[in-house]
Design a protein around this ligand. Structure first.
Ligand code: 3PG
Ligand code: MG
Length: 402
C-alpha cells in the first residue's frame, strides 16, 4: 500500500519548523460527568504527536468526540477532558483552541495545541469544499492518524487530505494498515478468522469476503446459530436469522470448494432464559430442546477450536463466541482467548466486544496487534479500501508523478 509515511518525512528533515496538522481519533468513552473511562485511543495517538514535536514542528491536533450538531457548541461536546488527559500523559501543557477554522490562533514550533471537536465545524460531515480549503490552508503537512475514523470521508479525514500541501499517514494509521495487510494479504497459513456477534446480517459482507481467503472460518454467537441452522441442526429459541440460512449455506459451500471449512459446534451451553443466574446446561449440538437458548459453545467445541488456533499461522479475531459477560457462559470465549494468547500465530483483533474480552482475560500483551478501529476495522475485513486511505494513496501517486 503506497502512501507517504510521516515517519519518513520526519527522518528526512522535512518537518522542521513546519505547521503539522494531525487528525487523530480521540473519540474516547466518557461517563455522565464527562470523565474519560478508557483512554487507549489517546495513548495510541501520542507517538505521532511526539514524532512531530521531536522533528521540530508546530503541532495542531484535532479529533471528533461523539456526533455533535455542527455549529452548535455544547459543553459536553468539548475536547477539554481529552486535552487535560493528553497533557498529563505527555507531561506538557496542551492548550485547547476553539473556533479555529479561520486560523485565528498561533502555534509555535515545539508547541502542541488541541483544536476543539472538529465535528462542530459546519461542513465537516459532508466534507464541504469551502471547509476543506480552509483546513488545508492551516498547515504545511497533514498527517492522518485517525484509523478509527478512516472509513469516513469527512472534512478532517478526506477534504484536508486533498487540499493540504502534503498529506501523509501517521504512525498509528500506518501500523494498522501494515498489521491488517500482514494478516490478510500475505498471511502465514493456516489463516484462521473468528467472526462472532449477534447477527449474520451485519457481518455478511465480512463472512463472504473472508470465505475467499481464510483456511478456517470460526463463527460464534448468534452468527453460529444461523450456521447451525444451515447445517441442519435445531437451535430452539436461540437468536438467529432464519432468512439468512441460504447465505450461511453459500459461505459453507464456498469454503468447502476451496478445501477450507466453517467448523460447526458439536456441543453447546444452553439456558432457558437470558440472564446471569440462569442454569447453564452443556449438551450435544444435536440435542438442543425447543425452549433452549444457546449462550456459548460447549467445552468439547472450545477445545477443538483451541487446538486449531494453536496450529494457525495467522489469526484474525472479531467477536466473542458466547455471552462472556455472564460467568456461566464465558468458557468458550475464555478458552479461545487463552489459545490465541498461547498460539505462536500472528494475531490481530478488533471491535469493542473483542477488546473487552481481551481486557477481561488479560491477554493484551499476547495479541500481536489490537486495532483501535471499530467500524474501520470491520470495513478493512470486508476488503474495502477506506476512503481516508484511498485519498492518501492518490496524493502519494500525484506526488510521484510530479
Ligand atoms: C468510532 O468510535 O468508531 C470512531 O471514532 C468513529 O466514530 P463515528 O462512528 O461517530 O464516525
Ligand atoms: Mg500469540
Amino acid at each position: 500500500m503506497s502512501f507517504i509515511r510521516f515517519s519518513d518525512l520526519c527522518s528526512s528533515g522535512r518537518v522542521k519548523g513546519q505547521r503539522v496538522f494531525i487528525r487523530a481519533d480521540l473519540n474516547v468513552p466518557q461517563d455522565d460527568a464527562g470523565h474519560i473511562t478508557e483512554d487507549t485511543r489517546i495513548r495510541a495517538s501520542i507517538p505521532a504527536i511526539q514524532m512531530a514535536l521531536d522533528a521540530g514542528a508546530a503541532v495542531m491536533v484535532t479529533s471528533h468526540l461523539g456526533r455533535p450538531t455542527e455549529g452548535a457548541f455544547k459543553p459536553e461536546d468539548s475536547l477539554q477532558p481529552v486535552a487535560a488527559r493528553l497533557g498529563e500523559l505527555m507531561d506538557r501543557p496542551v492548550r485547547l483552541v476553539a473556533n479555529w477554522v479561520d486560523g485565528d490562533f498561533s502555534v509555535a514550533p515545539g508547541e502542541v495545541v488541541l483544536l476543539e471537536n472538529c465535528r462542530l465545524n459546519v461542513g465537516e460531515k459532508k466534507n464541504s469544499p469551502e471547509l476543506a480549503k480552509k483546513l488545508g490552508a492551516l498547515c504545511d503537512i497533514f498527517v492522518h492518524d485517525a484509523f478509527g475514523t478512516s472509513h469516513r470521508a469527512e472534512g478532517t479525514t478526506y477534504g484536508i487530505a486533498e487540499t493540504a500541501p502534503i498529506a501523509c499517514a501517521g504512525p498509528l494509521l500506518a501500523a494498522e494498515m501494515d498489521a491488517i495487510a500482514a494478516a490478510l494479504l500475505a498471511p502465514k497459513r493456516p489463516l484462521v478468522a473468528i467472526v462472532a456477534g449477534s447477527k449474520v446480517s451485519t457481518k455478511l459482507t465480512i463472512l463472504k469476503s473472508l470465505a475467499n481467503n481464510v483456511d478456517q472460518l470460526i463463527v460464534g454467537g448468534g452468527i453460529a446459530n444461523t450456521f447451525m441452522l444451515a447445517a441442519g441442526l435445531k437451535i430452539g429459541k436461540s437468536l438467529a436469522e432464519a432468512d439468512l440460512v441460504n447465505e450461511a449455506k453459500a459461505v459453507i459451500e464456498a469454503m468447502k470448494a476451496r478445501g477450507a471449512e466453517v467448523p460447526i459446534p458439536t456441543d453447546v451451553v444452553t439456558a432457558k432464559a437470558f440472564s446471569a443466574d440462569a442454569v447453564a446446561t452443556v449438551k450435544k449440538a444435536t440435542e438442543v430442546d425447543d425452549d433452549d437458548l444457546i449462550l456459548d459453545i460447549g467445552p468439547e467445541t472450545a477445545q477443538q477450536l483451541a487446538a486449531q488456533l494453536m496450529k494457525a499461522g495467522t489469526i484474525v479475531w472479531n467477536g466473542p463466541v458466547g455471552v462472556f459477560e455472564f460467568a456461566a457462559f464465558e468458557n468458550g470465549t475464555k478458552v479461545i482467548a487463552e489459545a490465541i494468547a498461547k498460539s505462536s500465530a500472528f494475531s490481530i483483533a478488533g471491535g469493542g466486544d473483542t477488546l473487552a474480552a481481551i481486557a477481561k482475560y488479560g491477554i493484551e500483551s499476547e495479541v500481536d496487534y489490537i486495532s483501535t478501529g471499530g467500524g474501520a476495522f470491520l470495513e478493512m475485513l470486508e476488503g474495502k479500501v477506506l476512503p481516508a486511505v484511498e485519498i492518501l494513496q492518490q496524493r502519494c501517486q500525484g506526488k510521484q508523478a510530479e
